[in-house]
Structures are given as structure tokens and as C-alpha cells.
Design a protein around this ligand. Structure first.
Ligand code: S3P
Length: 439
């Protein structure tokens, strides 16, 4: 990757990963046909699709990004005698735990080497309170689920801020006796709640608590998947740190539980215009116009951390280009993502000569003072198979003195298969050296 300072483009990034997973899971257990447009054809979502097909759901793909899901209804899933492979997808594994806990058959869930190291007790523990029988291996996958059709509702106050845990409990709650209540310590993405409502489920949202009564049936529907805000984030930061040009991103998902990065960047002085805000199905969308911006450092407000949780790798790139110090705290969850995103970003920033301190729960970056020269030196980055880290350092090339080589990039396809093409199309100088394995 060689330095390029200007960007230009007008395009749509692919569909939202969280919404695509959920459209499959809910469509699979609904009654009747669910059609999906804008589906994200990425490795993570295809893992969910393959697992549902294995469990007996017929899913046609008239186009790469369109689905026709013949839902099997609440009791129609069929058990399999092999482990279901969730690939790199934490969302798939935790949501399937909730979906499968109350079935009448047993299931085993596995994943790739990154997923096999991630914590699963956060979802297993509340499901056990509902009566589920779930085993993990010292907290990690494989996850063995002994199907228990008699789940009981719970009143659960989540100890971790996690949309996946909330969603796992809500999916199990559909099959539990009584009214399940989930209270979250801070708002997390609410795609599950919005989509359940679109499938005809009655759920009540009161402050930080969501409740639903078990035994309700889902009815097939149509889902329009918005462009993924988390994929757009790489281009939002690219547009801000570029020296010239502008980027227009169309149809981007603007669910307020996802757009924390816009608030953070605007507080840093970013020139981001939001136009055409509209609601398509359960999710709001808009077009974004991003122009080169004189960014200044920020102390990230704690309440924005869960609302930008997947965007911090690329936020660090923006903060490195900002004038003055930036600090992120309260983000220890980043250590439990596809990689330890604090440690691995810190290693990469060090390799490119960026002054910063790694904190137990965040990072402090010194920022950039001389608006004339490049922010990043050239160097070699190991993404440790983490898609968002690989893409973040690709964006850094806009302000680099020399070539940045990024290794272990195969997993970019887990969330953003055409990232390289779109990035090249808007001016980033990306070169693929060779096919690189994730492991
Ligand atoms: C996701 C929730 C978030 C996020 C992940 C996708 C989801 O994780 O980091 O990439 O689709 O529910 P948490 O469960 O930690 O909130």
C-alpha cells in the first residue's frame, strides 16, 4: 500500500453484518416466506446461512445479495450430528446459542482459531438461568447445547454491555414460559428488537429494559438491509483524513445505537454531512458526504463507547491524524473482539511510528502537530487475522510517508469482501502482494 493523499467517490458499501445475520436467524424460524434485499455476502453471514441450511431451512439466493428464506416455524428446525461451524463470527455463535438452547435436539458450535478463543460464558450463563443446558470449554468454544424445550423466562440484568448477549436471551425468550425481561447497563445496538417487531413479535421497551412474552410466533416478512455503518466507517475516516477530494456514501444504516463514530468525529471537527435521512423497514438510512477535515484530539465520552464499539481501530487512525491528544477509556471490551484490538492496534501504531500509550481499557494518542508532513511512517503491520485492523491500516496509507505492508488480511472477507475494490476506486493505492492465510 503506497501513500495517496486524495479521495473521490460516490458509492454504497455492502449490507450490514448484524442485520444480515438476524434476517437469516429470524427468517429461519418464522412461519412463511421472508425475503431479504441488501444481504451481506460475507464469510461471517455465509456461516450463519450454511448453519441454518444444515438445520433444515431452505434458503434461495436469487442474487448474491437477495435471499428467499422458507421459514420452518418455531418447532421446525432439525438437529444435525456434526458441529456447526460459525467461522470467525462471534455474533453467529452467541445468537445461535439463544436460538438452539430451547430446541428438542442437541447442538455443538465451533469456529475458527480466533472464535475458539472468545468468551462464551457471557451468553451461556443467562441461558442456564432459563434452564438451558450448555457447556463451554473453560468459557470458550466448543459450545455444547443439550436442547431443553422447557425454558423459563428470566428477569436478567446484564453484567456486560453486549448486544449479542441481549440478543441470545431474547431469542431463547421466544421459546420460554413467561415474560423475559432484559435490562442493559448501557444502550447497545437494538437490531434484534427492531427486527423482532418487524416479524410481528410484541415486545415492550421501557428505558433500558426490553421484555417479551414466550410462545409468540414470527411471521415471514421483507427485510431491507442497510449499508453497514461499520464498513462505511473506514471511508468516513478516509474522507476526513484525506488532503483533498470528498466521498459520498449512500444508503448507510443510521441506527443511533451504531453511529457513535459520527458524534466522536464531529466533536473532533469532522466535516460530515448527513442527508436524505429515511426509514426503510426497521432501520433508518441516510447518505453521508465527507470532506477533508482539520481534526483535533478528543477525550471520547464514555457513553459513546458502546455506540462505536467496532469503530475504534479506525478511530485510532483518525486520532493519530488529529491535532493534540486523544484519549479512549472504558473500552476494555475491545480486548475480547476478533483480536485484542487494543494490543494489536498498539503494535501496528508503534510499527508506523505513532506516539501513544496503551491503557488497560483504552489508549491515549499524542496526536499530530505538524500539518505539513506525513503522520505515519511506512512499515509492516500484522493484522492478526482481524478484518477491522487490516482495513484501518489501509486507510492510514492516505497519510503515510512510505508503503505500509499489511499481512494476514484474508479475514477482510468476513465483513467487507469488496473493500479492496472500493478503496482503490476512491483513490487508495492498494496492491495485493499474495493470497494471505488467516492462520
Ligand atoms: C454485534 C454486537 C457487538 C459488535 C459485534 C456485532 C451484534 O458486540 O461488537 O461486532 O451483531 O450483535 P457485543 O455483543 O459485544 O455488543
Amino acid at each position: 500500500m503506497t501513500p495517496a493523499e486524495a479521495v473521490a467517490g460516490d458509492f454504497r458499501v455492502p449490507g450490514d453484518k448484524s442485520v444480515s445475520h438476524r434476517s437469516l436467524l429470524l427468517g429461519g424460524i418464522a412461519e412463511g416466506l421472508t425475503t431479504v434485499d441488501g444481504f451481506l455476502e460475507s464469510e461471517d453471514c455465509l456461516a450463519t446461512l450454511r448453519a441454518l441450511r444444515a438445520l433444515g431451512v431452505t434458503i434461495e439466493r436469487p442474487q448474491a445479495t437477495a435471499l428467499r428464506i422458507q421459514g420452518v416455524g418455531a418447532n421446525g428446525l432439525l438437529g444435525v450430528d456434526f458441529a456447526l461451524d460459525m467461522g470467525n463470527a462471534g455474533t453467529a455463535m452467541r445468537l445461535f446459542m439463544g436460538l438452539l438452547a430451547g430446541q428438542s435436539f442437541d447442538s455443538t458450535l465451533v469456529g475458527d482459531s480466533s472464535l475458539m478463543r472468545r468468551p462464551m460464558e457471557r451468553a451461556a450463563a443467562p441461558l442456564r438461568l432459563m434452564g438451558a443446558r450448555i457447556e463451554t470449554s473453560e468459557g470458550q468454544p466448543p459450545v455444547v447445547i443439550r436442547g431443553t424445550p422447557e425454558l423459563q423466562a428470566i428477569d436478567f440484568h446484564m453484567p456486560v454491555v453486549s448486544a449479542q448477549v441481549k440478543s441470545a436471551v431474547l431469542l431463547a425468550a421466544l421459546r420460554a414460559k413467561g415474560v423475559t425481561r432484559v435490562t442493559e447497563p448501557a444502550p447497545t445496538r437494538d437490531h434484534t428488537e427492531r427486527m423482532l417487531a418487524a416479524f410481528g413479535i410484541e415486545l415492550l421497551r421501557e428505558g433500558s429494559t426490553v421484555s417479551l412474552s414466550g410462545g409468540q410466533r414470527l411471521h415471514g416478512t421483507h427485510i431491507d438491509v442497510p449499508a453497514d455503518f461499520s464498513s462505511a466507517a473506514f471511508f468516513i475516516v478516509a474522507g476526513c483524513i484525506a488532503r483533498a477530494g470528498s466521498l459520498r456514501l449512500c444508503g448507510v444504516g443510521m441506527n443511533p445505537t451504531r453511529t457513535g463514530l459520527i458524534d466522536i468525529l464531529r466533536a473532533m471537527g469532522a466535516d460530515i454531512e448527513v442527508t436524505g435521512l429515511a426509514t426503510r423497514g426497521p432501520e433508518p438510512i441516510a447518505d453521508l458526504l465527507i470532506r477533508p477535515s482539520a481534526l483535533h484530539g478528543i477525550e471520547v465520552p464514555r457513553d459513546l463507547v458502546p455506540l462505536a464499539i467496532d469503530e475504534f481501530p479506525v478511530f485510532f487512525i483518525a486520532a493519530a491524524c488529529a491535532k493534540g491528544r486523544s484519549t479512549l477509556r472504558g473500552a476494555e471490551e475491545l480486548r475480547l473482539k476478533e483480536s485484542d484490538r487494543l494490543a494489536i492496534m498498539s503494535q501496528g501504531l508503534t510499527a508506523l511510528g505513532v506516539k501513544h500509550h496503551l491503557l488497560p481499557d483504552g489508549m491515549q494518542l499524542a496526536g499530530y502537530d505538524d500539518s505539513a508532513g506525513p503522520v505515519f511512517q511506512g512499515g509492516r503491520i500484522d493484522s492478526h487475522g482481524d478484518h477491522r485492523i487490516a482495513m484501518s491500516f489501509a486507510v492510514a496509507s492516505l497519510r503515510a510517508a512510505a508503503e505500509i505492508e499489511i499481512i494476514d488480511t484474508t479475514n477482510v472477507a468476513t465483513s467487507f469482501p469488496n473493500f479492496t475494490d472500493l478503496a482503490r476506486g476512491c483513490g487508495l493505492r492498494l496492491r495485493e502482494l499474495r493470497a494471505q492465510a488467516a492462520e
